[in-house]
Design a binder for this molecule. Sequence first.
Ligand code: NAP
Length: 331
Amino acid sequence: MKAMLIEEYGREYAFAESDIAVPEPGPGQVLVRVAGSSLNPIDNKIATMGSALAFSPDLPAVLGMDVSGTVEGVGPGVTRLALGDRVFGCPGGVRGLPGALAEFMVGDERLLARAPRCMDLTDAGAMPLVAVTAWLALFDKAGLKTGERLLVQGGAGGVGHLAVQLGVHAGAEVFATVSSPDKASVVEALGGTPIDYTTASVDDYVDEHTAGRGFDAVFDTVGGPVLDASFKAARMGGRVVSTNTRSSHDLGPLHAKSLSLHVVFMLLPLITGRGRERIGEILDQVAALTDADELAVLLDERRFDFRDIASAHRYWESGRALGKIGVSVSA
Ligand SMILES: NC(=O)c1ccc[n+]([C@@H]2O[C@H](COP(=O)([O-])OP(=O)(O)OC[C@H]3O[C@@H](n4cnc5c(N)ncnc54)[C@H](OP(=O)(O)O)[C@@H]3O)[C@@H](O)[C@H]2O)c1
């Protein structure tokens, strides 16, 4: 089969098309004929930082965490999925688990689910990682409830725009920070209230949208100073969840308001092998909500063929994308 192998880590994006053997599904695994994938920031971090990240694969490697496609083989003991199923998920792209930038990949069936019936199969490859991350943050970590006020930092980003929709679905009043009118329109169209973080201070928007009280839950998809801003924006006793906490912070504000801080690291089940069932369960619910027209993934107008994955990385680096950068994988 054709695969795009990364041969060296770094900003040169040294991917090369290669012929490699079609993998055999092992126990609990399925063989997926790949239709789609997407570019997630973590794919870029692995491609550029390489061995500085403990979970980066040894070279040469097949990257690509998101996948959609059709099941063309099943290993021993597979029970959730069957030959011919249209599936999506995030079963690879880290050390020891080859990813989706190839015509076929094998994946643990617990990290996959049947794809939304209403979606084009290639498009479905842009949804799993961001949807699972947003779900883990809002429900498994923050325990978001109907009627609560939720603030999403980075509300038009990949994870953020799924979080806005899941928050609205949960019956929360959703607010989301953005930096441009385009992104504000995205948040509004999804049922949230945009906040331009380039003009409004945290105090301004806490006053305007919560009468100075603070948000019940804050989901930070950015990290760094935005995590500190999230502590500031949360109400007394509120919950803050972040996807980016490899950094040092003053926890004084957390103490002063008796906040709880939660971290999402959705790759852990891939890396450790533990807790994988939860990923499949969430994907099942994501697919059902998508088919019920309550969830959708926003795709940037540019999509890249997997043979042109280096250009997809460069486009992501440019910061010009609005929504997810889709990748199509076709024989
Ligand atoms: N830990 C995990 O399990 C996990 C899972 C998924 C993702 N992540 C990480 O989470 C981050 C977001 O992922 P993604 O896929 O959503 O990336 P993305 O699509 O690039 O979105 C990031 C968003 O952050 C916004 N942003 C940047 N600076 C901001 C600021 N100062 N205030 C508010 N918003 C700001 C950007 O919007 P503007 O252009 O409007 O600034 C952009 O929309 C990445 O670092 C990724 O690696 C972690």
